[in-house]
Design a protein. Structure first.
Length: 193
């Protein structure tokens, strides 16, 4: 087998395991429902993560503010990814505060944080979850394993499966992101024809 075939097979096994996991499906439905409810009530969905998870957080937010599958009004979402903010806070307070300080400024009751951490232990993502909870908001988490500190803070927590490599978990994150987008658009009646 080639590298790509090995990678596709490993991903197929992970996706099949998640597709057959009833608890994972129930978590998805709960998370999507909380996001739809928040948006309907004028809330904002914030997203954060490090490295590849930051890219996934940005992708999630732009799909909400822009377009996923069908034409629809923009939905309130923002990835915490402004380089000026991140570098200012990292320099003045420390990297562990780069997401939480942003939420301290903008989060309000009923908002949602989509917190992505493949390990479930990233200090800056944990602080973000704590800030969202302190603001009266909701935390939806995504990580590779169960029982993580991030999972314990979350109102709904996706467990994407253990892996030696973060990229495998980030690839599964992307499927969850696209599925959440579909569920959100369906929840607003914006399903693509």
């Amino acid at each position: 087998m080639t590298i790509v075939q090995d990678n596709l097979l490993e991903n197929a096994q992970r996706m099949t395991a998640l597709a057959e996991d009833a608890e994972f499906g129930a978590t998805f439905d709960r998370a999507a429902g909380m996001m739809v409810s928040s948006l309907r009530e004028g809330g904002t969905i914030f997203a954060c993560g490090n490295g590849g998870s930051m890219t996934n957080a940005q992708h999630f937010a732009e799909e909400l503010t822009g377009r996923f599958r069908g034409d629809r009004p923009a939905l309130r979402a923002m990835a915490i990814s402004d380089p000026s903010h991140l570098t200012c806070v990292a320099n003045d307070y420390g990297y562990e505060y780069v997401f939480s300080k942003f939420l301290d400024a903008f989060a309000k009751p009923g908002d949602v944080l989509f917190a992505l951490s493949t390990s479930g232990k990233s200090p800056n993502v944990l602080r973000a979850a704590e800030s969202m909870k302190a603001a009266g908001g909701i935390v939806v988490a995504s990580s590779g394993t169960a029982g993580t500190p991030l999972g314990h803070l979350a109102d709904a927590s996706f467990v994407l499966g253990r892996s030696r490599w973060a990229d495998r978990i980030q690839e599964a994150e992307l499927v969850v992101i696209h599925s959440l987008m579909q569920a959100i658009e369906d929840g607003f009646g914006y399903s693509a024809k």
